[in-house]
Design a protein around this ligand. Structure first.
Ligand code: ACO
Length: 322
């Protein structure tokens, strides 16, 4: 595993200067104390390559043949960001593609990577969740500008045997296109041309209240479905690692599932909501802190724009720590 963050954190107090908000509101309503915003010179591929390099190094530099990047904020509309990341990492002519499922992106990316390995198309996949979400935030919108942050997390998947530590899956994935308008950047794609006249159409918008309710509903439903498929009981779960949208969502989700709060892993207080990067950042943080013992059973679940959602389970492998 590995992760990367921009160099300097942005505290709540720094945002208060430009927005009608307060450190108290942000902390109590979201659990966030700070987040990181990438400088203009740093693109999503730079954060992705930073996290990817650490993940590869942690595994002794063994070659991978595929790079999958989950992101909402690619370097460019065309091409995908993954080939750039592979180039920056000097990985040669590997397969490389992006997965776009907003905050569920990392779970979707894991599913595609696991599928490539299962069908024999790959012997090693570098899976990365990476975002420069600050690039699409409306600096005048206090309901989103205080929540999101930039960062990247990565891990390497290899073929293995069912039941061994590190084993991943099954998966549950879903979507509901009826919820398109709840989480969206309206312009910049084929529907509204990039030079659409309204500046605000190029910014991220979210209907927070509705999304809150749906996030709990969909993540808990997906988590239950995957536990069922895996043959695990809720009491088998040592750590719940959910998409870190808001600490109140995580708390509500844990309650809904009947998982004690102390079994929830996460670092939203330090990094904010980093969309597709949030699950690998939470995993790498918990790993670095030594919270995840080999053989621990993890339940991952995510929800995001699309709407999309997904869940998977894994047993934590024995990994070296820096
Ligand atoms: N500072 C102060 N007040 C604020 C702020 C702020 N930063 N933001 C909103 N408020 C105000 C609102 O204007 C509103 O005021 P009003 O009552 O006078 O109208 C009041 O606070 C309450 O607003 P709500 O939107 O009801 O606040 P809520 O408690 O729901 O928190 C939040 C808002 C944090 C956005 C929450 O709804 C949330 O976390 N939603 C879900 C986010 C999520 O799950 N995202 C996952 C997917 S994201 C993706 O896919 C990229």
């Amino acid at each position: 595993m590995g992760s990367a963050l921009p160099p300097v954190p942005v505290t709540n107090d720094e945002l208060v200067a430009a927005l009608d908000t307060s450190d108290e509101w942000i902390r109590s309503r979201t659990g966030i104390r700070q987040r990181y915003f990438a400088p203009d010179s740093m693109a999503t591929s730079d954060l992705a390559a930073g996290a990817g390099a650490k993940a590869l190094k942690s595994e002794g530099g063994r070659p991978v043949d595929t790079v999958v990047v989950a992101t909402t904020t690619p370097d460019r509309t065309c091409p995908a960001t993954a080939p750039t990341v592979a180039g920056k990492l000097g990985l040669g002519h590997v397969a490389a593609y992006d997965v776009a499922a907003v905050c569920s992106g990392f779970v979707y990316a894991l599913a595609t990577a696991a599928g490539l390995i299962a069908c024999g198309a790959s012997d090693g996949v570098l899976v990365i969740g990476a975002e420069t979400f600050s690039r699409i935030l409306n600096p005048a919108d206090r309901s989103t500008a205080v929540i999101f942050g930039d960062g990247a997390g990565a891990l390497v998947l290899r073929p293995g045997t069912e039941g061994e530590a590190g084993a991943l899956g099954p998966f549950d994935l879903g979507s509901d296109g009826e919820g398109l308008e709840l989480i969206t950047v309206p312009a910049g794609g084929s529907e509204r041309r990039p030079h659409a006249p309204r500046e605000e159409d190029h910014y991220f918008t979210m209907q927070g209240k509705q999304v809150f309710r749906l996030a709990v509903q969909r993540m808990s439903g997906s988590a239950r479905a995957v536990l069922d498929r895996a043959g695990w009981r809720v009491s088998d779960v040592d750590h719940l690692v959910s998409h870190q949208a808001n600490h109140r969502i995580t708390a509500r989700l844990a309650d809904e599932l009947g998982i004690p709060q102390e079994r929830c892993a996460g670092n939203i207080a330090e990094v904010g909501n980093t969309a597709a990067a949030s699950i690998p950042l939470a995993l790498d943080h918990a790993h670095a802190e030594g919270t995840l013992r080999p053989g621990a059973r993890l339940l991952l679940t995510a929800f995001g724009g699309g709407l999309t959602w997904g869940a998977t389970v894994l047993t934590w492998p024995a990994l070296d720590r820096d």
